[in-house]
Design a binder for this molecule. Structure first.
Ligand SMILES: [Fe+2]
Length: 185
């Protein structure tokens, strides 16, 4: 049993039931649905963990939970990646760090992608800087782990269905354990 996974579980259970920025699901439900979409797509273990924890930053950032309502971006992708870097390597943390940039990339590359986004996600997109310019999109695509971040983004966008049954967080513990860095703290 890993202490850090117990910590993640505690945050998931204690703070994950908060509303997810205007969506019909809680943050925990959203992350579990995103992980389930990754599993259905037969994603790798690391990428399934990315899907499960991609919005973990919403549980650990130190800004007001209604920041988006006040036009403030919490930069949750950074907060989540930083916190999780004590437990996981870049195959997990970097797609998490890039998953907001992946949304800006997809909007620039595929204009119809905007139609897929929920109203709350369109709102946060504007706080996050809006679609990338062509140059920024090309720079993003060249980053390590950009492709994985884009993949998770697709599952992220469909993981917002009210009442969708999913496995529980504890069902994913063996998977999380298998992806820990050998020297995690
Ligand atoms: Fe998400």
């Amino acid at each position: 049993m890993s202490i850090v996974i117990d910590e993640i579980a505690t945050l998931f259970h204690d703070k994950g039931n908060q509303a997810y920025l205007g969506e019909q699901v809680s943050i925990a439900e959203h992350m579990l649905q995103t992980a389930q979409a990754a599993e259905r797509a037969r994603a790798s273990s690391a990428l399934t963990v990315v899907a499960l924890l991609h919005d973990f930053g919403h549980l650990v950032h130190v800004m007001a939970d209604d920041s988006a309502d006040h036009g403030v971006d919490t930069v949750h992708e950074q907060a989540g990646a930083e916190w999780l870097s004590r437990a996981f390597g870049p195959d997990v943390t970097e797609p998490i760090r890039l998953h907001v940039a992946a949304k800006r990339y997809l909007c620039a590359k595929y204009p119809t992608y905007l139609d897929v986004l929920s109203p709350a996600s369109v709102h946060s997109l504007m706080l996050q800087g809006g679609p990338f310019s062509a140059d920024n999109a090309a720079a993003f695509a060249a980053l390590p782990h950009a492709a994985e971040a884009v993949q998770v983004r697709r599952w992220d966008d469909i993981g917002k269905v009210a009442g969708e049954p999913t496995p529980s967080f504890d069902d994913y513990r063996p998977l999380l354990e298998s992806c820990l860095r050998p020297t995690h703290t």
